[in-house]
Design a protein around this ligand. Sequence first.
Ligand code: PLP
Ligand code: COI
Length: 365
Amino acid sequence: MSTTTAFPLAFDTTPSSARRAEAEREAILADPGFGKHFTDHMVTIPWSAQQGWHDAVVKPYGPLQLDPAASVLHYAQEIFEGLKAYRWADGSVWAFRPEANAERLQRSARRLSLPELPEADFLSAIEHLVKIDQEWVPTAPETSLYLRPFMIASEAFLGVRPAQGVDFHVIASPAGAYFPGGIEPVSIWLSEDWSRAGRGGMGAAKTGGNYAASLLPQAEAYEQGCQQVLFLDSEERTWVEELGGMNVFFVYRDGRIVTPALGTILEGITRSSVIRLAEQRGHGVEERRFSIAEWREGVESGEIVEAFACGTAAVITPIGRLKARDFEIGAPDAEPGALTMSLRDELTGIQYGRVEDHHGWMRRL
Ligand code: PLP
Ligand code: COI
C-alpha cells in the first residue's frame, strides 16, 4: 500500500481560541486521572487508495465527522496505539520507544487490512502534537501525557472489503495512575468462560475488537472485586495469555522469570523492555507456554515469589492475588515483590530521565 509521506504539515488551522484557559488546564493537571481529559489539539492524516497519506493537519481537538456508512462503524476496521510523553526535571519532554509503537501500528495495520503509516509520519504526528500541547505534559511524579494514535476505516461503503478511505488521528490525554490504588498490588480474576483471542485471530493486533471482547469478562472481574481479568488460551483453557490491557510476568525464587510466549497476545513494548532490563541484571527470562496450574502450584510451593502486570498505562503493577471460580492464591494486601518494584524503579527512572538510558529508548520531542 502507499507510503507517500504526509508531513510536513499542509496547513495548521489552529486559532488561539482553541486553547483552554490556564486555570482550567492547571486544575485538570492537578488530578488528571486516566483517559478523562484531552488536550487542546489533535493530529489527523487522511489516506486514500488514490492519494496515499496526504494533508497532515494539527487542528483543535473536537468531534469527528463520519458518514453513518463508514466501514469502521460496521466492520470494526480500527487499530490503535498507546504511548506516553514524560516531563523531565529540566522541563524537557521525551517519548519512550515511539518507534516501537510505529512498528506495531504497522503490524496491526497488516492484520486489519489497513494502510501502513510510515514510521517518520507517525513520529512527526507525535512530535507536532506534543509540541503544540506541551503545556499539557504534567509535572507531578508518576504523571505523563498519554498519547493515543488510532486509525479508522472512514470510507462510506457497506460491502465487506478493505476501506479505500482511512483516517489516522492522534489525541492526547494527561494521565496519572491507571489503577486508582496507584502501585498497590492488584487482584486478578481468571476468566474461565471467555477468551480474548484464538489461533489465527487478532490477538497480536492492537485493535478495538479485542477490547470489546474483554469488557464482559472485565465486568465479571469487577463483580469479583478484582481490577483486571486474566485470559487463558481459547483451545485448551490451560495456558496463561495476558490481562485485558497488560502482559504478565512471574518471578521464581531462583531468579528465573517467565512470561507467556508471543502468538495470540499483544507484543507489549513494556514487556520487551522488562525482558531486556531483567536479562541485563543476569536473570534468565523464559518466553514460553506457562499454565495456570504452574502458577497455582508455583505459588503454593513457594517457587513463584512474585507476579506482575505491565503495560504503558499500568507501567509495572504487582499482582497480589489471583481469584478463580474454585481457588484463590495470594492476598489483596500482599506486599509488592522486591524485583517487581526495582524493575519498576529502573524503567520509570529511564522514562523520567533519572536513570541513564543505555538502550536509546528515549526520544526527545
Ligand atoms: N496487552 C494488552 C491487551 C494491552 O492492551 C497492552 C497495553 O497496551 C499491553 C499488553 C501492553 O503493551 P504496551 O507495553 O506496549 O503498552
Ligand atoms: C495501554 O497501556 O496503552 C493500553 O492501551 C491499555 C489500556 C488498558 C489503556
